[in-house]
Design a protein around this ligand. Sequence first.
Ligand SMILES: *Cc1c(COP(=O)(O)O)cnc(C)c1O
Length: 373
Amino acid sequence: MKVPFIDIKRYEPGFVDAVTAKFGEMVTNAQFMGGDEVSLLEQKLAPLMGAGFVVSCANGTDALQLALRALGVGRGDTVLVPDVTFWATFEAVVNVGATPATLDVDLADGGISVAALRQALADLSPTAVIIAHLYGWASAHLLDIRNICKQAGVHLIEDGAQCFGTLIDSRPVLEGALISTTSFYPAKVLGGAGDGGAVLTNDAGLAEKVRQLANHGRTSHYGYGEVGWNSRLDSLQAAFLNLSLGHFEARLASRRRSARYYRDTLPALGIQLMDAPAQYAENGYCNVCLFDDEQLRKRVQLRLSEEGIGFGNIYPGVISTQAGAAQYTRGHVGGTAGKKLCAGVLNLPLFAYMTDIELERVTAVVAQAMATA
Ligand SMILES: *Cc1c(COP(=O)(O)O)cnc(C)c1O
């Protein structure tokens, strides 16, 4: 039996019909931009994500650029980013005209190294720091990191593209953030029918600035107080997300259940799993197996491929050594834990509504591979 790495089309009974009916009604009325669906989505997301203000936008990469621009980060500014994250975290800094520098990561949780952060704050005098809450949890030192940045007078942006639904001490993880972002790319935990994203903050002024920048810097229909761009979320996208939110608790519970299954079964097979630090309830976005031996990881992957079991390597390489980084980066701060993480990471299938049979099949193949490797 084959098991895909991710299958995002396991909709609940009736979901596709509800979307079709909704889209039909909206197309009939040419209800494409703004309107009720977009504001309804923002209203629903605010309490769910623990933010006073939610501003929807075109995608998660734009959300980072909007957050940076709203904070006034631009030419001449240095922004610290993790060495292990999606490329967009780095790219956003360059796209607003600022200069990125990478921070080594902590192998215990995939977050940034606090020692590297302290060193970079002292050596590089950055204006801002972006951290990314990868895999479905965040750093064990999140509260420290927030405090350190606050003490240093440095803006902290939290890239929450992968932590939708994650809780810290039973509260939404982004609740205590100065400003944070998310993505509704279809494969994310709350996925759209295309691209989408949002910026979250408790600061009314920042929220207003983000909203203005995402709509051409408009102050009125033909009045422009800023140079922004078009980063609006369209109404069909918002409607799809609103309908998806109706099933979100069930999808989240299913992901968590599968994540739990892996945590309960894989260690006995000799697989080392990255743990979500104790204060978090993970959202089941990702499963993270860590191999000290890269050759063993590759042999396990070969077995998975032979048996039609999908897998991922999130991420296979650090940011600092990407070909596209060299001409923009101010350098790397800290050690090489990020490289070790990238060399050792293997992600097993994890998505909403995986069946018990699929989970058992994945672990059976991993068990075979480990026994014969
Ligand atoms: C997906 C992702 C993004 C970018 O989101 P898009 O909506 O695809 O632009 C940024 N950061 C991280 C960590 C992501 O996983």
